[in-house]
Design a protein around this ligand. Structure first.
Ligand code: HEM
Length: 72
């Protein structure tokens, strides 16, 4: 799966999915090496953001949309 390869370890790009949309967060200092607090990039983190994050999905506004998840 393409998303899984962008976890900040295999490739330079760092991608995260939320509600079926994949965002490129490579430029974020808060996602360096694919890790953001207890969360790893390269996967759908919808449930994690809704349950654990101290912020809303507005944090994605400044990042480019890469694609839509095929399963959605
Ligand atoms: C323990 C859970 C989490 C904590 C403590 C946390 C904390 C933070 C903090 C403090 C910021 C910067 C201030 C702000 O924008 O409010 C931030 C930004 C961000 N968070 Fe989280 N977050 C968590 C979970 C998540 C999850 C699960 C996602 C992805 C679905 C996520 C995606 C983002 C993004 C994309 C940014 C913007 C980064 C930037 O602007 O460089 N966060 N988070």
């Amino acid at each position: 799966m393409q998303l899984a390869l962008r976890n900040g370890q295999e490739r330079e790009e760092i991608w995260v999915a939320y509600q079926g949309l994949i965002y490129d967060v490579t430029e974020s200092r808060l996602w360096r090496d694919g890790k953001h607090y207890q969360h790893w990039a390269g996967q759908d983190l919808t449930e994690e953001l809704d349950a654990d994050a101290p912020h809303t999905q507005k944090v994605f506004e400044r990042f480019p949309l890469v694609a839509r998840l095929k399963t959605q």
